[in-house]
Ligand binder design. Structure first.
Ligand code: KG4
Ligand code: ZN
Length: 372
């Protein structure tokens, strides 16, 4: 049990990729504040996150973001029980900024630090919001699909006396789902990140127009029995004459990095919209199909779908429909809690705080930290 006088307040800090975030959560169940400073504008024209720039931006943002999170929660640092920080996985330089800041703050204020796995954070984003709604019953076994920019992982998650353990039971053999969204957007001159813009445009195209080979998004599609053109051939964009338009779009987006839906639509012809709709549809069916197979195999009663890609409405709808058919309870975080934030880190840290699982004084960033 936590020491007497404990407030149950945890300050969470997250800096694993391109979001600098801080949040205050009480008892892993009550969100007091959540501040996210996004670096999208910095990386957008590069079509992806530039690690050196990310570290620099984290350095710039970390102190004001933490200050804001404490102010929004109407507390001071003296009120918190512990400082939780993402240890990995993520970009080493980016992680180090959050970790060094958390360590220094903990040292200066005589607080303990708690190291949190970013992927565990994504799972606890769902748990935090469930607890906020007063939903505490959770039917085991719990299967969690974490779909983000860096990961497409399936975990069996188990709670024992308030502490959680995880078993990785599946992962992509090639690109993570979010990475695939980002690469397609980059290829088509749609900027970074790809997910939101692809979701926006996909509803204007025909999702059956182009065939995507299952999972082998990166490789040439197999089987050629269907008549629909296949994607996966690297040269699709060239052979379908999309390059001229891509150049125009890239130039336009450099002038206007935050176009409205109508402005974007004006820059995309029907062929491009069909390609985008087909890509999203392929990603969604593949994720749903593989996850439901795993859920059946492990006889899961509950499914969590979380991480940046879980913000996608088409993905949510497809999971809701198929889980309904399969009699599987499915939960997602709110859209804001799907993408990177620090509330999920503070929430994941709370059971560790209760169990006294504090970070070693010399803990450091672990770029490929596995979740167990
Ligand atoms: O979890 P997250 O914020 O950061 C990582 O841990 O990687 O996930 C970011 C990823 C990006 O690849 C982004 O394109 C994708 O999530 N994403 C989406 C959507 N919003 C963000 N993918 C599909 N549809 C969306 N609406
Ligand atoms: Zn993430």
């Amino acid at each position: 049990m936590p020491a007497s006088g404990a407030t149950g307040l945890i300050l969470g800090i997250e800096s694993s990729c391109d979001e600098t975030a801080a949040a205050v959560v009480r008892h892993g169940a009550e969100l007091l504040s959540s501040v996210v400073a996004s670096q999208i504008a910095v990386h957008s024209s590069f079509g992806g996150v530039v690690p050196e720039l990310a570290s620099r931006e984290h350095l710039r943002a970390i102190a004001p973001v933490v200050r804001q999170a404490l102010a929004d929660a109407k507390i001071t640092i003296a009120d918190v029980d512990a400082i939780a920080v993402t240890q990995g996985p993520g970009l080493p330089g980016a992680l180090l900024v959050g970790i060094s800041y958390a360590k220094a703050l903990a040292f200066a204020t005589n607080k303990t630090a708690i190291a949190v796995n970013h992927l565990e954070g994504h799972i606890h984003a769902v748990l935090l919001e469930q607890r906020q709604r007063g939903e505490t019953a959770l039917e085991a076994p719990l299967l969690a699909l974490v779909v983000s920019g860096g990961h497409t992982h399936l975990y069996l998650a188990e709670e024992h006396h308030d502490t959680w353990s995880y078993k990785n039971v599946g992962r992509t053999r090639d690109d993570a789902a979010g990475e695939a969204f980002d690469k397609v957007a980059k290829l088509l001159g749609l900027g970074y990140p790809g997910g939101p813009v692809i979701e926006m445009l996909a509803k204007h195209g025909d999702p059956t127009a182009v065939r995507f080979g299952s999972v082998q998004i990166k490789h040439a599609a197999r089987g050629t029995s269907k008549k629909r053109p296949e994607l996966g051939h690297d040269r699709y964009v060239e052979t379908h004459g999309l390059q001229g338009q891509i150049k125009v779009r890239t130039a336009e987006l450099e002038k206007n990095p935050k176009p409205t839906e109508a402005e974007l639509l004006a820059l995309c012809d029907a062929k491009t919209l069909d390609l985008i709709a087909s890509f999203q549809s392929g990603m969604v069916s593949d994720l749903v199909e593989k996850t439901l197979l795993a859920a059946a195999g492990f006889e899961a009663s509950t499914l969590f779908v979380t991480g940046g890609v879980a913000a996608n409405s088409a993905l949510r709808k497809a999971f809701e429909r198929e889980c309904g058919r399969a009699g599987l309870a499915v939960s997602f975080p709110s859209r804001a809690m799907s993408t990177d934030n620090a509330a999920m880190i503070a929430a994941a840290a709370y059971p560790k705080f209760v169990a006294g699982l504090f970070a070693e004084e010399d803990f450091s960033a672990e770029a490929s930290l596995a979740l167990r």
